[in-house]
Design a protein around this ligand. Structure first.
Ligand SMILES: Cc1ncc(COP(=O)(O)O)c(C=O)c1O
Length: 387
């Protein structure tokens, strides 16, 4: 009998979501309609921030967030080496120099002490990444960062997570902006999609303009005033160099259905995590994820560390063995500074971030998503134990 394939991550879409999307397809607006505002408002309810701009994807959110800050091109941005490349690429999109602060060996998030060592007069912006959904130690990161340095939280993995102070990630109590991604493997999905939250009205207005070509249709903001040649009901002004990073109403409708299930998704994810933690706790060659006391992680990934020498297998052999049992795994992430582009253009090399590199040698993400059945979970547990 052919075994059902268990992905490392997968979306959960139900009839409610499908009906939401169908409603938009039957309506007058496929894009730039009312669902986007509604989706943004629901994100604000979940995060407690004051403003939200939904955009085409998480990468666009990062691009626009840094762009909106208007940072001097000679400056530097710092993120974690253990993240998806997009968190660092945003610095390059905005002509800043990318830099990294090594990770904490337990949480795999940016270590505030390491960050302190990298900050200098050139540092303009820091992007901590709530890796796998676990909130970074934002209080320490804020404390170690000079007041004039901006902070953008990369919460692509962390919608629904909470800091030690009980506040939701995305409320921006430690940062200027927070970005989210709604890619299908993330906690909620819009197919592709992203959002930026902030408590700064001026930043929000800029983000909204930048996601739509840098255009404004707001008469009060027009730079050209009182010209009969140039001003009328058709008129709009391009005041910044923006992009088409708009999200559609179709996506926003899916997001609305998904947000209604957020608590349920998180509950199931945490349930699966506790099954895994219990099953693996006595395996000496395996390290289960660590959750910092006091934080609440709406965990997106379950990353184990394997002592491959001890079990006498390489990671490739382990991934192949699991694949033969119809179990998908993934590596999150190849340290960004070791990507050829970063080595060639910015001179990073092996040994620059030893804790990230050591983590990379051992990490493996195993399946975690709400649609997993108890049978799927047991299959994964048995396959891992039998390694
Ligand atoms: C940490 C992190 N930041 C940013 C992104 C980019 O998001 P998107 O894929 O929606 O562009 C991702 C997506 O994988 C991510 O994992």
């Amino acid at each position: 009998m052919k075994l059902k394939w268990i992905h490392y991550g997968s979306q959960y879409v139900d009839e409610e979501d499908i009906n939401e999307v169908l409603g938009v397809l039957r309506s007058d607006f496929l894009s730039s309609g009312p669902k986007i505002k509604e989706f943004e408002e629901r994100i604000l309810e979940h995060t407690g921030a004051q403003y939200c701009a939904a955009v085409a994807n998480g990468t666009a959110a990062l691009h626009l967030a840094v762009k909106a800050l208007d940072i001097d091109k000679r400056k530097t941005g710092i993120t974690s080496p253990i993240t998806f490349i997009a968190s660092a690429n945003t610095f390059i999109y905005n002509s800043l120099k990318p830099d990294f602060a090594d990770i904490d060996e337990k949480t795999y998030c940016m270590d505030p002490v390491e960050l302190g060592k990298r900050i200098n007069n050139n540092t303009a912006v820091i992007i901590p990444v709530h890796f796998a959904g676990q909130p970074c130690d934002m209080e320490a990161i804020r404390k170690v960062s000079p007041k004039n340095v901006y902070i953008i939280e990369d919460a692509a993995h962390a919608i629904g997570s909470k800091y030690e102070n009980g506040k939701p990630v995305g409320c921006c109590c430690y940062s200027d902006m927070t970005i989210f991604s709604f890619h299908p493997v993330k906690t909620i999905t819009t197919g592709e999609g992203g959002a930026i939250t902030t408590n700064d009205k001026a930043l929000y207005e800029k983000l909204v303009m930048l996601r739509n070509h840098g255009l404004t249709k707001d008469q009060d903001k027009f730079k050209v005033q009182g010209s009969t040649f140039n001003v009328g009901p058709w008129y709009y002004e391009m005041q910044e160099l923006g992009y088409n990073y708009r999200i559609t109403d179709i996506q926003a409708a899916l997001g609305l259905g998904q947000l209604r299930k957020l608590e349920r998704f998180i509950k199931r994810r945490r349930e699966i995590i506790s099954f895994y933690n219990e099953a693996f706790k006595d395996l000496e060659w395996l390290t289960t994820p660590y959750e910092r006391p006091g934080v609440f992680g709406a965990l997106h990934l379950y990353v184990i560390k394997i002592d491959f020498d001890r079990i006498g297998k390489t990671r490739t052999q382990v991934m192949t063995e699991l694949k033969e049992k119809a179990i998908g795994t993934q590596v999150h992430y190849i340290p960004v500074h070791l990507q050829p582009y970063y080595r060639e253009h910015f001179g990073f090399k092996e040994g620059d971030y030893p804790k990230a590199e050591q983590y990379y040698r051992q990490c493996l993400s195993i399946p975690l998503y709400p649609k997993m059945t108890d049978e799927d979970i047991n299959r994964v547990i048995n396959a891992i134990k039998n390694l």
